[in-house]
Design a protein around this ligand. Structure first.
Ligand SMILES: Nc1ncnc2c1ncn2[C@@H]1O[C@H](COP(=O)(O)OP(=O)(O)OP(=O)(O)O)[C@@H](O)[C@H]1O
Ligand SMILES: [Mg+2]
Length: 252
C-alpha cells in the first residue's frame, strides 16, 4: 500500500465561452496515509472530479504536486486504479475476461490471471456471473464488475469518482458494504469521491469537505468495522458525524 499526498494543488481551466481562465482548484493539500480510506465530499462543481483526474494522471495540474509514496505523479500509472461513475466494461469480453484484463496486460499467465479474477469475483459475490457478458448483467452487477476489475490490478491507490451514483438505493447500500469489506481485507489506499454525505461517512476513515476549490475541513470517522447499514442507521455516532459533515457541506 502506498501513501498519497497532494501539496498546494491547483487547477485552472480555460473557459472557451467566457474566453477566460476559471479556477477549479485553488490550493488543496491533503495527506492520505497508506491503507487509509478518505472520502472527498462537496457540492456539484466544487472540483472533486478535477482532483481525481489530476491524481489519476489524466489531467496536468496547474500548480502544486501529487506524490504517491513520495514520488511525483507525472501521468497515469498501474499503481493507481480508477473507477468512474460510468465506466465501460469490454462488451465483447466475459465478466471473467474483463476482470482478468489488467493482470493480462501486466503479463500474468492465463491460469494465474483467471485464478485472480475468480478470487475477486468471489469476493464481490459475482462468482456465478464469470462466464456471462456485461449486457447480460444488471447495472449494479456491472458496477461491481467495474470495482473488482480495478481491484484485480492490485493498485496501491484506488481512485473512485461516484462509482455507485447510478444504481438504486438498495444495490448502492450493498455495494457500499461490500466495498468496506473488501477494503478491510485488502487495505488498499482509497480516495473516494461523492456528493452523498451518508456514503462518505459510511465508507471512510476520514471525510474531507471540499468547497470552492479548497479543503474546508476534515472530519475523522472513528466508527468500527465491519460497517453495516442495518446497524449504522440507528447509530448515534454515525448520525452525529453525518450531521456534522452535512452542516459543513451546506455551509460550503
Ligand atoms: N474541461 C473543463 N473545461 C473548463 N472548465 C471545466 C472543465 N472541467 C471542469 N471544469 C469546471 O471546473 C469546476 C469543477 O468541476 P468538477 O467536474 O471538478 O466538479 P465536481 O465537484 O466533480 O462536480 P460534480 O459533483 O457535478 O461531479 C466547474 O466549475 C467546472 O465547470
Ligand atoms: Mg464530478
Amino acid at each position: 500500500m502506498k501513501s498519497l499526498v497532494l501539496k498546494n494543488l491547483s487547477k485552472t481551466y480555460f473557459d472557451p465561452y467566457a474566453g477566460s481562465q476559471v479556477t477549479a482548484i485553488r490550493d488543496v493539500s491533503l495527506a492520505v496515509q497508506a491503507g487509509e480510506f478518505v472520502s472527498i465530499v462537496g457540492p456539484s462543481g466544487c472540483g472533486k472530479t478535477t482532483i481525481l483526474n489530476m491524481v489519476a494522471g489524466f489531467l496536468p495540474a496547474s500548480g502544486g504536486e501529487i506524490l504517491v509514496d513520495g514520488k511525483p505523479v507525472s501521468g497515469p500509472g498501474a499503481d493507481r486504479g480508477v473507477v468512474f461513475q460510468s465506466f465501460a466494461l469490454f462488451p465483447w469480453k466475459t465478466v471473467l475476461d474483463n476482470v482478468a484484463f489488467g493482470p493480462k496486460m501486466r503479463g500474468v499467465g492465463k491460469g494465474e490471471r483467471e485464478r485472480i479474477a475468480r478470487e475477486f469475483l468471489e469476493l464481490a459475490g459475482l462468482a456465478d456471473a464469470a462466464d456471462r457478458y456485461p449486457n447480460e448483467l444488471s447495472g449494479g452487477m456491472q458496477q461491481r464488475v467495474g470495482v473488482v476489475r480495478a481491484l484485480a490490478n492490485h493498485p496501491d491507490v484506488l481512485l473512485m469518482d461516484e462509482p455507485f451514483a447510478s444504481v438504486d438505493a438498495q444495490t448502492r447500500m450493498t455495494l457500499q458494504e461490500e466495498l468496506t469489506r473488501i477494503w478491510q481485507e485488502r487495505r488498499t489506499t482509497v480516495l473516494f469521491i461523492t456528493h452523498d454525505v451518508a456514503e462518505a461517512v459510511f465508507l471512510a476513515n476520514r471525510v474531507v469537505v471540499l468547497s470552492g476549490g479548497l479543503v474546508k475541513c476534515e472530519i475523522e470517522v472513528p466508527l468500527a468495522h465491519p460497517r453495516r447499514w442495518d446497524a449504522l442507521v440507528e447509530d448515534e455516532d454515525f448520525k452525529a458525524l453525518s450531521t456534522r459533515v452535512l452542516q459543513q457541506v451546506r455551509a460550503a
